[in-house]
Design a protein around this ligand. Structure first.
Ligand SMILES: Cc1ncc(COP(=O)(O)O)c(C=O)c1O
Length: 396
């Protein structure tokens, strides 16, 4: 019988496969589903960027394979460097410190493939966005989870890391604002991380997919704002998926240490042919053009957050108010604590027609929680709250 590679067998069941099965069953029952499961933004990409894409698609020169030294490719690297400077005051060399990606998920998975031997550890905070851990497993490395929770302020404590494990560690991955817990950090955290990592042959990897989705005056920093970050092996991933609702376009980037990017580019050169040039051309406009779109988007998410958190609080479900991301990380209410997160998510789909992501979809340390993604308009969120309220009341 045909057998998958052992490293594939070591992967946990992909979160969204479980959710999709639940959704299929509900649809077969004819249920109207409000889908707050996947972090898949519901709003359209910026109209001016869509127009730029339409024009770029019509140019035959964009139909060929993308090559790193084409004008559009150079232009995109320059636009990314300029965005970093404007956003964080961080100067980057577009030629050696910027690498565009076909989505940050792709880049994060390939980072592990580029660097991990089978006796190397990838240390990952947990719960996590699945590819942070699964990339390590798929590359054949050893996964080491650092549990995050309120007891450690959702941050790794460098002083308590096991020294023998640290010696075997090649990649140390953090991601703030954090999916799924919504935890945030200030620059002092990255300073601590960089000071810890300096002089070690460890890649300090930061994923800031949600750095633009921030509320109440909070500003999400970059690891490169920490002093000495360029003297350590740092790499940071960011994406157009969330800030510009361009999730389906598959466009993101890594910035950081030239040696890391060189190996990542080398790995990718054996696997892909880069990003559709028309997408690269339109992305230049997304990054360098007016940024009101991002401001308006954040305001939309803030209103959704306020509405949803208030609704949950009113039914006695005391979730924390997130300072960033478009998620709510909700402890399973006390009277349901006999249920696993998957059982509780299943209950919400079956009884309320509301899809959530079970906490264990983000690793074992997600048990006891469900995540709501606020990717439906306000009327649907109100409807979801009504339905959840009824289920919680009936089940009391
Ligand atoms: C923390 C985090 N990183 C990366 C991604 C994926 O981004 P991309 O669409 O660029 O692959 C996501 C998507 O939800 C995410 O939550």
């Amino acid at each position: 019988m045909l057998s998958e590679a052992n490293r594939m067998k070591r992967l946990p069941l992909y979160l969204f496969t479980i959710i999709d099965q639940l959704k299929e069953q509900a649809k077969a029952r004819g249920q109207d589903l409000i889908d707050l499961g996947m972090g898949n933004p519901d709003l359209p990409s910026p109209p001016h960027v869509v127009e730029a894409l339409a024009a770029a698609v019509r140019k035959p020169e964009n139909h060929r394979y993308s090559r790193p030294y084409g004008d559009v490719e150079k232009g995109l690297r320059k636009a990314i460097a300029q965005w970093y400077d404007q956003r964080f005051g961080v100067k980057l060399d577009p030629e050696t410190e910027v690498l565009p990606l076909i989505g940050s998920k792709e880049g994060i998975a390939h980072l592990s493939l580029a660097f991990l031997n089978n006796d190397d550890i990838g240390m990952v905070t947990s719960p996590n966005y699945p590819v942070h851990a699964n990339g390590v497993i798929m590359a054949g490395g050893i996964l080491c989870n650092i549990p995050l929770g309120p007891e450690n302020n959702f941050r790794p404590n460098f002083a308590t890391l096991n020294r023998d494990l640290v010696k075997m560690t090649k990649i140390f991955l953090v991601s703030y604002p954090h999916n799924p817990t919504t935890a945030t950090v200030d620059l002092d955290f990255y300073q601590e991380l960089v000071d810890w990592g300096k002089g070690k042959d460890i890649i300090l990897c930061s994923d800031i997919a949600y750095s633009d989705i921030v509320f109440d005056g909070y500003k999400a920093p970059s690891i490169f704002q920490a002093k000495g970050a360029k003297d350590a092996y740092c790499v940071e991933f960011h994406t157009c998926s969330k800030s510009y609702n361009m999730a389906g376009w598959r466009i993101a980037w890594a910035v950081g240490h030239p040696e890391i990017l060189k190996s990542l580019a080398k790995t990718k050169s054996y696997i892909d042919f880069g990003i559709f040039r028309a997408i690269q051309e339109a992305t230049i406009l997304a990054l360098t053009g007016p940024q009101d779109y991002v401001k308006d988007l954040v305001e939309t998410y803030r209103k959704r957050r306020d509405l949803f958190v208030k609704g949950l609080h009113e039914m006695g479900w005391n979730v924390p108010i997130p300072k960033a991301t478009f998620y709510i990380w909700a402890h399973i209410p006390p009277k349901f604590q006999g249920l696993t997160s998957l059982e509780f998510s299943t209950l919400l789909v079956r009884e309320a027609g509301v899809v959530t992501a079970p906490g264990t979809g983000f690793g074992e340390y997600g048990e006891g929680y469900v995540r709501f993604a606020l990717v439906e308009p306000e009327p649907r969120l109100k409807e979801a709250l009504d339905r959840i309220r009824k289920v919680l009341a009936i089940s009391s």
